[in-house]
Design a protein around this ligand. Structure first.
Ligand code: ADP
Ligand code: MG
Length: 674
């Protein structure tokens, strides 16, 4: 009971060693490495995105600068033209037709859409092409600045009417039908009729000394050369990864008026509109948008910036961007590569780590198992060899050694114990034997003493009786003589008296024989016991017949015994008579004789066996005591004690075994006659 909790504690500890080792082995690969990789990938992803944004920011800056250059160049060229001597010559000549022709040549040379000279009051002095209506001149800040004496360039948005007044073809070119676009802010408009113009003006001197302005404009609607140039400048060949594609767009309000973004079938996406999110951020709030945005039909990393006109209004946007898909794909591929590499590393290293860990906890668990088995009593339990020669295997080996010694000690102790037990048993046996001997001797002593006392008395009594008997016998003879012939009449009575006197004399003789056996011992002779037994049977024949007892005999004895025949007969008759008494209802009387050795002494065993009433163990103890009888008046209790004395005198023994209700066996053993 007390070692249960300790046991449980041990398994818990050993389990925890296993768990701890497995944690140590697997934590770095399965927990820390993924965390580290995840963190690194997240950071890398953020950096990557930031890098893309910063690239698009750079792209937007380049586009912005090119746009500014376009404005500045236009301004500078018009300024240079206004200051040129040829312009001055033609202007000073006062020939309006010549001036118009000159302006037309210069417009084509400078790549402008119109070029005109405006007087101080806004009146058009000359114009190329020839105006179709009355173009607005004075309302423009750039013109006002030029008339005030300074050159100026800006972006301005011209209405369809204003464009038409300059040239109907211009209004037509500017007109862009709107294309319904997903994500764009809702609108009811169907066309964008306005035009976005690079608008430049430079002060000139008119004939007569008055101040005028040379005004030029470049329409940006559908100006694809301009946008393709920006795109080529920003996204030169191989400046983007395979599969990506640079785009640039000019917006008037939120409508694409010039772009290289393609719709399906390669048609340019003119008339499509920007997503409402970008519109709100850039046009409404004037911010620069740097993020991924949905452009027409795909996701682009995009940069948008507002375009402000000469009135300071946000009238449009400049956009550059590149297709996001290849970068996303590159990112996903990298992510998969990293995950795959991690899985490969884990698949390769985890089994190795597990093997190493097992190499530690398995021997430990085996050692613990061995200890457990030993505790449960299996002293032969051993851990055995545990592989590599590390500390654990040395501990296991050492433990096995200790257990070997323990087992050896245990075996020695057991042997010792057995030896002790054996010795104790030996001594106990010796003691028992001594005890039995003592008991037997004591019994013998008591019997001897009893017999001695009885002998004394009996001898005296017998002598005293012998004399009266002699007197009785003598007187009986005298009575016979006196009676003479009349004795015949009392013949029966006289014979009865004679018999009884003889009987008394016999009893007295027997008593004397018992009391002083040595005086009566006749000679001893060699006998075949079988013959002696045969001699007895006639003496008891009538008793056997009366009780209906049948006799079986078996005589195999070949040896001779040395004993007085009468005495041996007396003993046998005693035993047979006892057997007859024990079988009042009849039965079997077995008489056997055979050669038998007792305690290495050669001899003959005679058995007298009956199938009578038998005796209890208690009774068996007492039957050899003198005067012990269960027959009351009819018994003397001397038969067996005398028999034993007679047999003992010849160096033999008389013993009995009995089972109540089944029968009794008496065995006489006599030594062989030398
Ligand atoms: P007695 O025959 O005069 O009684 P013994 O000494 O011959 O005296 O026998 C002593 C007692 O032993 C008997 O009274 C009887 O109880 C018992 N005994 C002896 N032989 C036998 C026997 N064969 N079967 C049963 N009891 C016996
Ligand atoms: Mg008897």
């Amino acid at each position: 009971m007390s070692d249960r909790p300790a046991d449980a504690g041990r398994t818990r500890r050993s389990r925890s060693v296993r768990v701890r080792l497995l944690s140590i082995a697997l934590l770095p690969t399965l927990v820390i490495l993924p965390l580290f990789l995840g963190f690194t990938m997240a950071r890398w992803n953020a950096r990557f995105d930031a890098l893309l944004i910063s690239k698009v920011n750079g792209d937007l800056t380049i586009a912005h600068q090119y746009f500014r250059r376009l404005l500045d160049n236009t301004g500078l060229r018009i300024e240079a033209l206004g200051e040129s001597a040829r312009f001055q010559d033609v202007a000073d000549s006062g020939d309006a037709a010549a001036l118009s022709a000159f302006l037309e040549r210069q417009r084509v040379a400078l790549g402008l859409d119109y070029l005109m000279v405006v007087g101080p009051d806004g009146r058009i002095v000359a114009s190329a092409p020839a105006p179709a209506g009355r173009p607005e001149t004075t309302g423009w800040p750039v013109v006002a600045t030029a008339l005030a004496g300074r050159a100026a360039t800006a972006i301005d948005v011209f209405s369809a009417g204003q464009l038409g007044a300059i040239a109907p073809a211009l209004a037509q070119r500017a007109l862009i039908p709107l294309v319904p676009t997903a994500d764009a802010a809702p609108t009811r408009r169907t066309v964008e009729p306005r035009g976005m113009m690079v608008h430049a003006a430079s002060p000139v001197r008119l004939p007569g000394g008055s101040r005028g302005a040379l005004v030029g404009g470049l329409l940006l609607n559908r100006n694809l050369m301009f946008i393709d140039t920006i795109n080529n400048l920003v996204y030169r060949r191989a400046s983007l990864p395979e599969g990506s594609q640079g785009t640039a767009t000019l917006f008037l309000d939120d409508v694409r008026i010039s772009t290289n973004v393609r719709l399906f079938k390669g048609r340019r996406a003119l008339g499509t509109r920007v997503s409402s999110a970008v519109r709100t951020a850039v046009l409404d709030h004037g911010r620069t948008w740097l993020d991924s945005a949905f452009v027409v039909n795909n996701w682009y990393i995009s940069g948008y910036e507002p375009i402000v006109d000469s009135f300071g209004r946000r009238v449009g946007m400049l956009y550059v961007g590149f297709l996001q898909t290849p970068f996303t794909r590159a990112k996903t591929e990298t992510l998969f590569a990293v995950v795959f590499a991690f899985l490969v590393v884990a698949a390769l290293s985890v089994p190795i780590f597990l093997r190493w860990a097992r190499g530690i906890f398995e021997p430990l668990e085996r050692v613990v198992g061995t200890i457990g088995r030993v505790e449960r009593g299996d002293l032969g339990a051993r851990t055995g060899p545990t592989g590599v020669g590390d500390e654990i295997s040395r501990v296991a080996h050492h433990l096995d050694g200790l257990l070997d010694r323990l087992q050896q000690r245990d075996r020695e102790l057991r042997n010792w114990n057995e030896e002790l037990n054996r010795r104790v048993a030996e001594r106990t046996g010796e003691l028992e034997r001594a005890n039995r001997q003592l008991e037997a001797t004591t019994k013998q002593l008591i019997v001897s003493e009893k017999l001695a006392a009885i002998g004394e008395i009996t001898a005296g009594v017998a002598h005293e009786i012998n004399n009266p008997i002699a007197v009785l016998q003598g007187n009986l003879e005298v009575v016979r003589e006196i009676m003479g012939d009349r004795a015949e009449d009392a013949k029966t009575e006289l014979r009865l008296i004679d018999d009884q006197i003889h009987r008394i004399s016999q009893i007295v003789t027997k008593l004397l024989q018992f009391a002083k056996p040595e005086e009566y011992a006749g000679y001893v002779e060699r006998h075949r016991v079988g013959e002696v037994i045969s001699g007895c049977l006639p003496l008891v024949r009538h008793l056997l017949d009366r009780a209906g007892i049948r006799v079986r005999r078996e005589d195999t004895a070949t040896r001779l015994v040395l004993m007085n025949e009468t005495e041996l007969q007396q003993v046998l008759v005693n035993l047979i008579v006892n057997a007859i008494h024990a079988m009042p209802e009849g039965g079997w009387l077995d008489l056997t004789s055979r050669d038998e050795d007792l305690d290495d002494r050669r001899g003959v065993a005679i058995t007298v066996r009956d199938t009578g009433i038998g005796m209890s163990a208690e009774l068996l103890q007492k039957i050899f005591d003198p005067f012990f009888t269960t027959k009351g008046e009819r018994g003397t209790g001397l038969g067996l004690s005398i028999s034993q004395t007679l047999i003992s005198r010849q160096g033999g023994s008389l013993t009995a075994t009995s089972t109540p209700g089944q029968g009794t066996t008496f065995t006489i053993w006599l030594p062989e006659a030398a």
